[in-house]
Write a protein that binds this ligand. Structure first.
Ligand SMILES: [Zn+2]
Length: 195
């Protein structure tokens, strides 16, 4: 047996072992993960870039009390601003907890996991639904540990390993968001690169 086959079998067995102990939402990630035909489409901003109240900065990796690092970017806006799905995919779960408040997880067709937190309300969508790019999935708020902060959408992007879909690694969404919110500036940069 070739070493690559052994590696694949070992990966498969490990995933099966982990599946055995994982939650329904993890099962859903396995089910909808694109093993062969992942499609990466251009993102849209989760909050309308034309929204005058929208503001955000690069706080990815910033220290947060008591001992953790900020895993995403906070998009400040008015209460109940519509939150849009940034990339077509499947709603993995809606979840309410102390940290993220009303939150939801969408697995994009690009195999990345998109996390939206501190919502005031959910949109008209359920776990397992296929969600189009631009669909309204919720409304901005300050639920969870954002209760005493100004209203904002906490937004994360996670990359999932091909052999180990249970392993999620955060990436900084700021560079991508910045391009979406200031497209004219981005186009200028792109134009310059062509010359
Ligand atoms: Zn945040």
């Amino acid at each position: 047996m070739r070493w690559i086959d052994r590696l694949l079998i070992a990966g498969l067995l490990l995933n099966l072992a982990i599946l055995f102990f994982s939650s329904t939402s993890d099962w859903r990630i396995y089910y909808y993960y694109k093993y062969h035909d992942a499609t990466s489409l251009p993102l849209i901003s989760p909050v309308d870039p034309a929204n005058q109240t929208l503001s955000f900065e690069d706080t990815y990796g910033a220290f947060r009390e008591p001992n953790r690092l900020h895993q995403g970017v906070d998009l400040f806006c008015e209460l109940s601003t519509p939150v849009k799905n940034v990339h077509p995919g499947v709603l993995i779960k809606k979840h309410v907890d102390r940290l993220g408040g009303k939150s939801l997880w969408i697995l994009g067709l690009d195999n990345r996991l998109y996390y939206y937190a501190h919502l005031n309300q959910y949109g008209d969508c359920q776990a397992g639904d296929h969600i189009k790019c631009g669909d309204i999935i919720g409304f901005a708020g300050n639920s969870g540990n954002a209760l005493h902060t100004p209203v904002h959408l906490h937004f994360e992007i996670m990359v999932i390993e091909r052999l180990f879909p249970f392993k999620k690694s955060n990436v900084n969404p700021f560079p991508e968001l910045q391009k979406l919110v200031q497209p004219s500036e981005f186009e200028t940069v792109a134009d310059n690169t062509h010359q």
